[in-house]
Design a protein around this ligand. Sequence first.
Ligand SMILES: Cc1ncc(COP(=O)(O)O)c(C=O)c1O
Length: 424
Amino acid sequence: MPTFVRNLYSMYWKKLSRKAIKQRIDEALSENANYRKGKVMGVPASYLDNELFYDDAPFLEDSPFLKTLVANPNHIGVHTLGEETEEIFKGTQKIEAELIELISTQIFKAKPNSTDGYIAPGGTEANIEAIWIYRNYFMQQFGAKNDEIALVYSQDSHYSMPKGANLLLLDTFPVKVDEETRNINIDDFDNQIQSALNSGKKYFIFILNMATTMFGSVDDIDAVLPVIKKHNLNYKIHVDAAFGGFIYPFTNTDNKLTFEREEISSFTLDGHKMLQAPYGTGIFLIRKGMMQYSMTKEAQYVMGKDYTLCGSRSGANAIVVWMILMIHGSNGWQAKMEQLIDKKDWVLEKLDKLGVEYYHNPCVNIVTIKSKYISPFLMKKYFLVPDTHDNQPNWHKFIVMSHVSQGVLDEFIMDFKAELQMKQ
Ligand SMILES: Cc1ncc(COP(=O)(O)O)c(C=O)c1O
Protein backbone atom coordinates (compact mmCIF):
# COMPACT_ATOMS: atom_id res chain seq x y z
CA MET A 1 0.00 0.00 0.00
CA PRO A 2 1.54 3.36 -0.95
CA THR A 3 1.59 5.80 1.95
CA PHE A 4 1.26 8.79 -0.35
CA VAL A 5 -1.03 9.93 -3.12
CA ARG A 6 -1.12 13.20 -4.96
CA ASN A 7 -4.09 14.96 -6.39
CA LEU A 8 -3.87 17.78 -8.86
CA TYR A 9 -4.13 20.55 -6.32
CA SER A 10 -2.17 19.60 -3.26
CA MET A 11 0.41 17.33 -1.78
CA TYR A 12 -0.68 14.61 0.53
CA TRP A 13 1.05 11.83 2.32
CA LYS A 14 -0.46 10.07 5.24
CA LYS A 15 0.85 10.36 8.75
CA LEU A 16 2.07 7.04 10.18
CA SER A 17 1.90 5.98 13.83
CA ARG A 18 5.09 5.38 15.81
CA LYS A 19 4.23 1.69 15.75
CA ALA A 20 3.88 1.61 11.96
CA ILE A 21 7.17 3.47 11.54
CA LYS A 22 8.99 1.10 13.87
CA GLN A 23 7.53 -1.89 12.07
CA ARG A 24 8.64 -0.61 8.67
CA ILE A 25 12.20 0.09 9.85
CA ASP A 26 12.42 -3.27 11.63
CA GLU A 27 11.34 -4.96 8.39
CA ALA A 28 13.94 -2.98 6.42
CA LEU A 29 16.69 -3.85 8.91
CA SER A 30 15.74 -7.50 8.73
CA GLU A 31 16.18 -7.39 4.93
CA ASN A 32 19.69 -5.99 5.42
CA ALA A 33 22.55 -8.36 6.15
CA ASN A 34 23.28 -8.31 9.88
CA TYR A 35 26.90 -7.98 11.03
CA ARG A 36 26.01 -9.79 14.27
CA LYS A 37 23.98 -12.68 12.94
CA GLY A 38 25.07 -12.97 9.30
CA LYS A 39 28.36 -14.11 7.83
CA VAL A 40 29.52 -10.77 6.49
CA MET A 41 33.18 -11.02 5.53
CA GLY A 42 33.80 -8.85 2.48
CA VAL A 43 33.18 -5.28 3.65
CA PRO A 44 35.53 -2.91 5.48
CA ALA A 45 32.90 -1.99 8.10
CA SER A 46 30.99 -3.39 11.05
CA TYR A 47 28.35 -2.45 13.63
CA LEU A 48 29.30 0.50 15.85
CA ASP A 49 31.96 -0.17 18.49
CA ASN A 50 30.29 -2.49 20.96
CA GLU A 51 32.01 -1.14 24.07
CA LEU A 52 30.13 2.11 23.56
CA PHE A 53 27.15 1.04 21.47
CA TYR A 54 25.86 -2.32 22.71
CA ASP A 55 22.95 -3.63 20.69
CA ASP A 56 20.98 -4.99 23.66
CA ALA A 57 20.48 -1.52 25.20
CA PRO A 58 16.75 -1.56 26.06
CA PHE A 59 16.03 1.89 24.63
CA LEU A 60 17.10 0.77 21.14
CA GLU A 61 13.99 -1.32 20.80
CA ASP A 62 11.82 1.80 20.70
CA SER A 63 14.19 3.94 18.70
CA PRO A 64 14.35 2.83 15.07
CA PHE A 65 16.81 5.59 14.19
CA LEU A 66 19.33 4.69 16.92
CA LYS A 67 18.89 1.03 16.11
CA THR A 68 19.75 1.76 12.48
CA LEU A 69 22.69 3.91 13.58
CA VAL A 70 24.11 1.02 15.63
CA ALA A 71 23.46 -1.51 12.84
CA ASN A 72 25.44 0.90 10.62
CA PRO A 73 24.20 0.20 7.08
CA ASN A 74 26.20 1.81 4.28
CA HIS A 75 24.16 3.48 1.51
CA ILE A 76 27.10 3.98 -0.86
CA GLY A 77 25.91 4.58 -4.43
CA VAL A 78 22.45 5.74 -5.58
CA HIS A 79 19.40 3.53 -5.04
CA THR A 80 16.75 5.08 -7.26
CA LEU A 81 18.28 4.01 -10.56
CA GLY A 82 16.53 0.67 -10.65
CA GLU A 83 19.87 -0.99 -11.31
CA GLU A 84 21.44 -3.63 -9.19
CA THR A 85 22.71 -2.19 -5.91
CA GLU A 86 24.46 -3.79 -2.96
CA GLU A 87 22.34 -6.72 -1.75
CA ILE A 88 23.80 -6.35 1.71
CA PHE A 89 21.79 -3.24 2.77
CA LYS A 90 18.88 -3.49 0.34
CA GLY A 91 16.19 -3.12 3.05
CA THR A 92 17.12 0.36 4.23
CA GLN A 93 18.25 1.40 0.73
CA LYS A 94 14.69 0.72 -0.45
CA ILE A 95 13.41 3.23 2.12
CA GLU A 96 15.86 5.82 0.80
CA ALA A 97 14.52 5.29 -2.75
CA GLU A 98 10.97 5.65 -1.44
CA LEU A 99 11.95 8.85 0.35
CA ILE A 100 13.45 10.40 -2.81
CA GLU A 101 10.26 9.51 -4.68
CA LEU A 102 8.10 11.04 -1.96
CA ILE A 103 9.98 14.34 -1.82
CA SER A 104 10.21 14.61 -5.62
CA THR A 105 6.56 13.85 -6.35
CA GLN A 106 4.86 15.36 -3.32
CA ILE A 107 6.89 18.45 -2.48
CA PHE A 108 8.30 19.22 -5.93
CA LYS A 109 5.47 17.85 -8.11
CA ALA A 110 7.56 15.46 -10.22
CA LYS A 111 5.78 12.80 -12.23
CA PRO A 112 6.02 9.37 -10.58
CA ASN A 113 9.32 7.55 -11.17
CA SER A 114 10.82 10.49 -13.05
CA THR A 115 13.66 11.42 -10.67
CA ASP A 116 16.79 10.03 -9.05
CA GLY A 117 18.60 11.23 -5.97
CA TYR A 118 20.26 10.45 -2.68
CA ILE A 119 20.79 11.63 0.87
CA ALA A 120 24.01 13.65 0.75
CA PRO A 121 26.21 14.84 3.63
CA GLY A 122 24.69 18.31 3.23
CA GLY A 123 23.49 21.07 0.96
CA THR A 124 27.03 21.88 -0.11
CA GLU A 125 27.57 18.43 -1.59
CA ALA A 126 24.14 18.40 -3.24
CA ASN A 127 24.84 21.75 -4.93
CA ILE A 128 28.29 20.67 -6.09
CA GLU A 129 26.88 17.34 -7.30
CA ALA A 130 24.46 19.28 -9.53
CA ILE A 131 27.21 21.49 -10.96
CA TRP A 132 29.42 18.43 -11.48
CA ILE A 133 26.68 16.55 -13.35
CA TYR A 134 25.91 19.50 -15.64
CA ARG A 135 29.58 20.18 -16.36
CA ASN A 136 30.05 16.54 -17.38
CA TYR A 137 26.77 16.58 -19.36
CA PHE A 138 27.98 19.52 -21.46
CA MET A 139 31.38 17.88 -21.92
CA GLN A 140 30.08 14.43 -22.84
CA GLN A 141 27.09 15.49 -24.94
CA PHE A 142 28.51 18.53 -26.71
CA GLY A 143 32.29 18.18 -26.39
CA ALA A 144 32.37 21.32 -24.22
CA LYS A 145 35.68 22.45 -22.78
CA ASN A 146 35.84 23.58 -19.16
CA ASP A 147 36.41 27.19 -20.15
CA GLU A 148 33.28 27.19 -22.31
CA ILE A 149 30.97 26.52 -19.34
CA ALA A 150 29.61 29.36 -17.17
CA LEU A 151 28.15 29.08 -13.68
CA VAL A 152 25.63 31.88 -13.10
CA TYR A 153 24.04 32.64 -9.70
CA SER A 154 22.88 35.63 -7.68
CA GLN A 155 25.23 37.35 -5.25
CA ASP A 156 22.96 36.14 -2.40
CA SER A 157 23.62 32.49 -3.30
CA HIS A 158 25.39 30.14 -0.91
CA TYR A 159 29.18 29.86 -1.00
CA SER A 160 28.90 26.27 -2.24
CA MET A 161 28.55 27.75 -5.75
CA PRO A 162 32.00 29.40 -5.88
CA LYS A 163 33.37 26.37 -3.98
CA GLY A 164 31.97 24.03 -6.66
CA ALA A 165 33.27 26.26 -9.44
CA ASN A 166 36.70 26.24 -7.83
CA LEU A 167 36.77 22.44 -7.60
CA LEU A 168 35.42 21.94 -11.11
CA LEU A 169 37.50 24.69 -12.72
CA LEU A 170 34.52 26.72 -13.96
CA ASP A 171 34.22 30.48 -14.36
CA THR A 172 31.53 32.16 -12.27
CA PHE A 173 29.19 35.02 -13.12
CA PRO A 174 27.61 36.33 -9.90
CA VAL A 175 24.61 38.56 -10.57
CA LYS A 176 23.68 41.65 -8.55
CA VAL A 177 20.47 41.75 -6.54
CA ASP A 178 18.39 44.76 -5.52
CA GLU A 179 19.56 45.94 -2.09
CA GLU A 180 16.01 46.22 -0.71
CA THR A 181 13.95 43.55 -2.50
CA ARG A 182 16.83 41.06 -2.93
CA ASN A 183 15.38 40.31 -6.38
CA ILE A 184 17.85 39.36 -9.09
CA ASN A 185 18.74 42.51 -11.04
CA ILE A 186 17.54 41.52 -14.49
CA ASP A 187 19.73 44.04 -16.32
CA ASP A 188 22.79 42.64 -14.57
CA PHE A 189 21.61 39.08 -15.27
CA ASP A 190 21.48 40.00 -18.95
CA ASN A 191 24.89 41.72 -18.74
CA GLN A 192 26.50 38.72 -17.03
CA ILE A 193 25.19 36.38 -19.72
CA GLN A 194 26.43 38.76 -22.40
CA SER A 195 29.88 39.00 -20.84
CA ALA A 196 30.02 35.19 -20.50
CA LEU A 197 29.14 34.87 -24.19
CA ASN A 198 31.75 37.51 -25.07
CA SER A 199 34.38 35.50 -23.19
CA GLY A 200 33.60 32.37 -25.20
CA LYS A 201 31.10 30.60 -22.93
CA LYS A 202 28.69 28.35 -24.82
CA TYR A 203 27.08 26.35 -22.02
CA PHE A 204 25.34 27.71 -18.92
CA ILE A 205 24.58 26.32 -15.48
CA PHE A 206 22.07 28.56 -13.67
CA ILE A 207 21.35 28.39 -9.94
CA LEU A 208 18.04 29.65 -8.57
CA ASN A 209 17.40 29.93 -4.85
CA MET A 210 14.46 28.81 -2.81
CA ALA A 211 15.43 30.83 0.28
CA THR A 212 18.90 32.33 0.30
CA THR A 213 21.08 31.80 3.37
CA MET A 214 21.09 35.39 4.61
CA PHE A 215 17.70 36.70 3.46
CA GLY A 216 15.44 33.75 2.72
CA SER A 217 14.75 35.40 -0.65
CA VAL A 218 13.34 33.24 -3.44
CA ASP A 219 14.43 33.78 -7.04
CA ASP A 220 11.71 34.40 -9.62
CA ILE A 221 12.04 31.93 -12.49
CA ASP A 222 9.58 33.93 -14.59
CA ALA A 223 11.85 36.96 -14.40
CA VAL A 224 15.02 35.18 -15.54
CA LEU A 225 13.66 32.75 -18.14
CA PRO A 226 12.81 35.35 -20.81
CA VAL A 227 16.43 36.55 -20.65
CA ILE A 228 17.80 33.00 -20.89
CA LYS A 229 15.48 32.30 -23.83
CA LYS A 230 16.30 35.60 -25.54
CA HIS A 231 19.94 34.49 -25.75
CA ASN A 232 18.91 31.05 -27.01
CA LEU A 233 21.29 29.32 -24.59
CA ASN A 234 22.21 25.70 -24.01
CA TYR A 235 21.56 25.56 -20.26
CA LYS A 236 20.51 23.64 -17.15
CA ILE A 237 18.84 25.06 -14.03
CA HIS A 238 19.47 23.79 -10.50
CA VAL A 239 17.41 25.05 -7.55
CA ASP A 240 19.12 25.45 -4.19
CA ALA A 241 16.29 24.77 -1.73
CA ALA A 242 18.66 23.76 1.09
CA PHE A 243 16.93 26.13 3.48
CA GLY A 244 13.56 26.65 1.82
CA GLY A 245 12.74 23.14 0.58
CA PHE A 246 10.92 22.00 3.68
CA ILE A 247 9.08 25.27 4.36
CA TYR A 248 8.40 27.32 1.20
CA PRO A 249 6.41 24.69 -0.75
CA PHE A 250 4.23 24.25 2.36
CA THR A 251 3.59 27.93 3.05
CA ASN A 252 3.26 29.08 -0.57
CA THR A 253 0.65 27.15 -2.51
CA ASP A 254 1.76 29.04 -5.62
CA ASN A 255 5.37 27.80 -5.54
CA LYS A 256 6.78 28.11 -9.07
CA LEU A 257 10.01 26.19 -8.40
CA THR A 258 8.92 22.61 -9.04
CA PHE A 259 9.61 19.78 -11.48
CA GLU A 260 6.46 20.89 -13.30
CA ARG A 261 8.66 23.56 -14.86
CA GLU A 262 10.49 21.61 -17.53
CA GLU A 263 13.37 24.12 -17.42
CA ILE A 264 14.33 22.99 -13.91
CA SER A 265 16.41 19.81 -13.72
CA SER A 266 17.43 19.40 -10.07
CA PHE A 267 17.01 20.44 -6.44
CA THR A 268 19.04 20.56 -3.24
CA LEU A 269 17.31 20.28 0.16
CA ASP A 270 18.67 19.96 3.66
CA GLY A 271 17.00 17.74 6.27
CA HIS A 272 19.33 19.16 8.90
CA LYS A 273 17.88 22.66 8.56
CA MET A 274 14.08 23.08 8.71
CA LEU A 275 13.32 19.37 9.09
CA GLN A 276 15.28 19.12 12.38
CA ALA A 277 17.04 15.95 11.22
CA PRO A 278 20.61 15.22 12.38
CA TYR A 279 23.55 16.62 10.39
CA GLY A 280 24.39 14.59 7.32
CA THR A 281 20.94 14.82 5.73
CA GLY A 282 21.37 16.91 2.60
CA ILE A 283 19.10 15.78 -0.23
CA PHE A 284 19.81 15.75 -3.96
CA LEU A 285 17.02 15.28 -6.53
CA ILE A 286 17.50 15.20 -10.30
CA ARG A 287 15.48 14.23 -13.35
CA LYS A 288 16.08 10.70 -14.59
CA GLY A 289 18.69 10.39 -17.30
CA MET A 290 21.11 12.87 -15.73
CA MET A 291 22.68 10.93 -12.84
CA GLN A 292 24.79 8.93 -15.31
CA TYR A 293 26.97 12.01 -15.93
CA SER A 294 28.51 11.68 -12.47
CA MET A 295 29.07 7.92 -12.67
CA THR A 296 32.54 6.85 -11.63
CA LYS A 297 32.97 3.72 -13.71
CA GLU A 298 36.16 2.91 -11.83
CA ALA A 299 34.01 2.24 -8.72
CA GLN A 300 34.20 -1.40 -9.74
CA TYR A 301 33.90 -2.93 -6.28
CA VAL A 302 30.58 -1.12 -5.68
CA MET A 303 27.62 -3.04 -7.08
CA GLY A 304 25.74 -0.52 -9.28
CA LYS A 305 28.75 1.91 -9.28
CA ASP A 306 28.96 5.26 -7.50
CA TYR A 307 27.50 8.57 -8.64
CA THR A 308 27.97 10.68 -5.53
CA LEU A 309 30.83 12.86 -4.35
CA CYS A 310 30.97 11.38 -0.86
CA GLY A 311 31.02 7.60 -1.45
CA SER A 312 30.11 5.78 1.76
CA ARG A 313 27.25 7.31 3.74
CA SER A 314 25.12 6.25 6.67
CA GLY A 315 21.78 4.58 5.95
CA ALA A 316 20.54 5.91 9.30
CA ASN A 317 20.46 9.42 7.78
CA ALA A 318 17.99 8.34 5.09
CA ILE A 319 15.89 6.52 7.67
CA VAL A 320 15.58 9.52 9.95
CA VAL A 321 14.42 11.90 7.18
CA TRP A 322 11.79 9.35 6.15
CA MET A 323 10.72 8.95 9.80
CA ILE A 324 10.27 12.70 10.35
CA LEU A 325 8.15 13.08 7.21
CA MET A 326 6.08 10.06 8.18
CA ILE A 327 5.44 10.97 11.81
CA HIS A 328 3.98 14.35 10.76
CA GLY A 329 2.30 13.49 7.45
CA SER A 330 1.98 16.34 4.94
CA ASN A 331 -0.86 18.05 6.83
CA GLY A 332 1.03 17.96 10.13
CA TRP A 333 4.18 19.35 8.53
CA GLN A 334 2.26 22.10 6.78
CA ALA A 335 0.59 23.13 10.06
CA LYS A 336 3.99 23.22 11.78
CA MET A 337 5.49 25.45 9.06
CA GLU A 338 2.46 27.75 9.07
CA GLN A 339 2.83 28.19 12.83
CA LEU A 340 6.41 29.40 12.33
CA ILE A 341 5.22 31.96 9.79
CA ASP A 342 2.50 33.12 12.23
CA LYS A 343 5.14 33.59 14.93
CA LYS A 344 7.35 35.50 12.51
CA ASP A 345 4.44 37.75 11.51
CA TRP A 346 3.91 38.58 15.20
CA VAL A 347 7.54 39.77 15.46
CA LEU A 348 7.28 41.74 12.23
CA GLU A 349 4.25 43.60 13.55
CA LYS A 350 6.26 44.67 16.60
CA LEU A 351 9.29 45.65 14.50
CA ASP A 352 7.01 47.73 12.25
CA LYS A 353 5.70 49.61 15.29
CA LEU A 354 9.29 50.32 16.32
CA GLY A 355 10.10 51.60 12.82
CA VAL A 356 12.81 48.99 12.27
CA GLU A 357 13.77 48.23 8.64
CA TYR A 358 14.09 44.61 7.60
CA TYR A 359 13.77 42.18 4.69
CA HIS A 360 11.68 39.01 4.72
CA ASN A 361 9.92 36.74 2.26
CA PRO A 362 6.30 36.27 3.44
CA CYS A 363 6.56 32.47 3.09
CA VAL A 364 9.96 32.00 4.75
CA ASN A 365 10.83 32.22 8.47
CA ILE A 366 13.99 34.34 8.12
CA VAL A 367 14.02 38.03 9.09
CA THR A 368 17.04 40.14 8.09
CA ILE A 369 17.35 43.48 9.87
CA LYS A 370 19.48 46.43 8.79
CA SER A 371 22.57 46.38 10.99
CA LYS A 372 22.18 50.00 12.11
CA TYR A 373 19.41 48.74 14.45
CA ILE A 374 21.48 45.92 15.94
CA SER A 375 23.73 46.58 18.94
CA PRO A 376 26.58 44.25 19.93
CA PHE A 377 24.45 43.41 23.00
CA LEU A 378 21.48 42.23 20.89
CA MET A 379 23.73 40.38 18.47
CA LYS A 380 25.48 38.50 21.26
CA LYS A 381 22.47 37.79 23.45
CA TYR A 382 20.33 36.39 20.60
CA PHE A 383 23.13 34.92 18.45
CA LEU A 384 22.09 37.09 15.49
CA VAL A 385 24.15 36.35 12.39
CA PRO A 386 25.76 39.21 10.37
CA ASP A 387 26.17 39.13 6.59
CA THR A 388 29.94 39.42 7.05
CA HIS A 389 32.44 38.86 9.86
CA ASP A 390 35.25 40.58 7.95
CA ASN A 391 33.84 44.06 7.31
CA GLN A 392 31.20 46.33 8.77
CA PRO A 393 27.98 44.29 8.38
CA ASN A 394 24.95 45.72 6.59
CA TRP A 395 22.46 43.12 7.76
CA HIS A 396 21.81 40.78 10.70
CA LYS A 397 19.41 37.84 10.50
CA PHE A 398 17.35 35.77 12.85
CA ILE A 399 15.36 32.67 12.04
CA VAL A 400 12.10 31.67 13.73
CA MET A 401 12.96 28.00 14.17
CA SER A 402 10.91 25.59 16.30
CA HIS A 403 13.05 26.19 19.39
CA VAL A 404 12.50 29.98 19.27
CA SER A 405 9.67 30.26 21.77
CA GLN A 406 7.17 33.07 22.12
CA GLY A 407 8.89 33.93 25.41
CA VAL A 408 12.23 34.45 23.67
CA LEU A 409 10.56 36.56 20.99
CA ASP A 410 8.84 38.68 23.70
CA GLU A 411 12.16 39.28 25.42
CA PHE A 412 13.86 40.12 22.10
CA ILE A 413 11.24 42.75 21.32
CA MET A 414 11.44 44.18 24.87
CA ASP A 415 15.24 44.50 24.63
CA PHE A 416 14.93 46.02 21.18
CA LYS A 417 12.40 48.58 22.38
CA ALA A 418 14.48 49.50 25.44
CA GLU A 419 17.57 50.07 23.27
CA LEU A 420 15.72 52.22 20.76
CA GLN A 421 14.21 54.31 23.58
CA MET A 422 17.63 54.80 25.12
CA LYS A 423 19.05 55.92 21.76
CA GLN A 424 16.26 58.48 21.41
C1 LIG B 1 20.82 28.26 0.75
C2 LIG B 1 21.85 27.30 1.25
N1 LIG B 1 22.41 26.44 0.39
C3 LIG B 1 23.35 25.55 0.79
C4 LIG B 1 23.77 25.51 2.10
C5 LIG B 1 24.83 24.53 2.49
O1 LIG B 1 24.34 23.56 3.33
P1 LIG B 1 25.28 22.64 4.23
O2 LIG B 1 25.84 23.52 5.29
O3 LIG B 1 24.33 21.60 4.69
O4 LIG B 1 26.33 22.07 3.35
C6 LIG B 1 23.22 26.40 3.02
C7 LIG B 1 23.67 26.40 4.42
O5 LIG B 1 23.40 27.26 5.19
C8 LIG B 1 22.24 27.32 2.59
O6 LIG B 1 21.68 28.20 3.42
